[in-house]
Design a protein around this ligand. Structure first.
Ligand code: NAD
Ligand code: UD1
Length: 331
């Protein structure tokens, strides 16, 4: 298949581009590089020894989007492009609503106009709000707590309505849990700007000495060791989940959790990192981070049953590959 990958120079998009090329698909990347670098595209090509068509272009700009659809015959679109920082979305709600929702609408419109029937969307476990774990696709969604989460919930609704109105349109809404790690080559990975918000990128920067010590946000949650529990998933497993979603996509709307189904606490992740990489991570316990929940993890039975997909890599692979990438960054 020939697949348009928006946001393909970003963290998850670049790994998915590798997985698509490895599976024999062709890839066209559209990315405005607002949160990534052009060299990522060269690294995708180096890893796979295959060529990628790259447009440095804005998925929220009608002219740019149509130009790309006119120039290629696509079999499907995977839409990663978007802003994703929760805190920033509270400060700049319009930027988030505009970028994340307009891009979804424009891609949908062009799919209908140019006869592209497969659409895979990057959603997030954040749409569940504060719900009981394990989170499953059939449960009623909770209230989102920030504009970023709301852009995901709204995009899901828009695509669902488009599929209802167009019986040939096939949509897969993929709700990611906590993607971590990197391609084992160390050539692509997560390279956040500034001080990382997320746990594992923070840990790798402490390991490197860029940051002094980790702050553990709360040890008084109702979890086994009191620290927050999340469902960390290796980014290559997540990438492969997209290939499965495309392979099995049929008309209508299909929703899947992409996670491992296992919860890991902050202290367990620190310990896994220390053991796998033989590096001590200094940390202190501080107060809870506002907006955090105690535990989230996925019910992954639907993806296994319908897509024949499940995460294969374990915590050891995640923390090892994350560190391998960070070391190669050389900052
Ligand atoms: P990322 O920032 O690394 O990648 C997003 C890419 O999209 C970047 O390369 C950026 O330059 C590009 N982009 C942003 N707006 C664009 C636009 N208007 N036009 C073209 N390109 C644009 O983020 P990521 O972690 O790879 O996330 C990919 C998608 O998955 C996002 O939609 C994100 O919300 C979603 N998601 C991520 C996580 C996570 O933990 N990383 C969790 C759940 C969902
Ligand atoms: C964050 C986002 C969420 C997004 C998810 C995956 C917020 C409020 N939520 O959630 O929308 O879908 O990332 O990208 O930003 N922790 C520390 N110290 C740190 C950083 C994190 O103790 O320096 C703890 C957190 O309290 C949490 C766990 O580590 O218990 C994981 O945090 P994080 O990586 O930010 O992921 P989420 O909280 O799931």
């Amino acid at each position: 298949m020939n697949i348009l990958v928006t946001g393909g120079a970003g963290y998850i998009g670049s790994h998915t581009a590798v997985a698509l090329l490895d599976a024999g698909h062709s890839v066209v990347i559209m990315d405005n590089l607002s949160n990534s670098k052009a060299e990522v595209v060269a690294n995708i090509e180096e890893i796979t020894s295959k060529q990628v068509v790259f447009y440095e272009a804005d998925a929220a700009d009608p002219v740019s989007v149509e130009r790309v659809f006119k120039a290629h015959k696509f079999d499907g679109v995977i839409h990663f492009a978007g802003y994703k920082a929760v805190g920033e979305s509270v400060e700049k709600p319009l930027d988030y609503y505009y970028n994340n929702i307009v891009s979804t609408m424009l891609l949908g419109k062009n799919c209908l106009k140019y006869g592209v029937n497969k659409f895979v969307f990057s959603s997030s476990a954040t749409v569940y709000g504060d719900n009981d774990v394990p989170l499953d696709e059939d449960m009623e969604l909770g209230k989102t707590t920030n504009p970023y989460g709301e852009t995901k919930a709204i995009s899901e609704r828009i695509l669902t309505d488009v599929a209802k109105a167009n019986p040939n349109f096939a949509v897969s809404l993929l709700r990611y849990f906590n993607p971590v790690g990197a391609h084992p080559s160390g050539l692509i990975g997560e390279d956040p700007k500034g001080i990382p918000n997320n746990l594992l990128p923070y840990i790798t920067q402490v390991a490197k000495g860029t940051l002094k010590q980790l702050k553990v946000f709360g040890d008084d949650y109702d979890t086994a060791d009191g620290t927050g529990v999340r469902d960390y998933i290796h980014v290559m497993d997540l990438a492969e989940g997209h290939i499965a979603a495309l392979d099995y996509l049929t008309a209508g709307v299909h929703i899947y959790n992409l996670g491992t189904g296992r919860g890991t606490s902050v202290l367990e992740l620190i310990q896994a990192f220390e053991e796998a990489n033989q590096i001590k991570i200094p940390y202190e316990i501080v107060g809870r981070r506002p907006g955090d929940v105690a535990a989230t993890y996925a019910d992954v039975t639907k993806a296994k049953r319908e897509l024949d997909w499940e995460a294969k890599r374990d915590l050891h692979d995640m923390v090892k590959d994350a560190w391998h990438f960070e070391k190669r960054l050389g900052k």
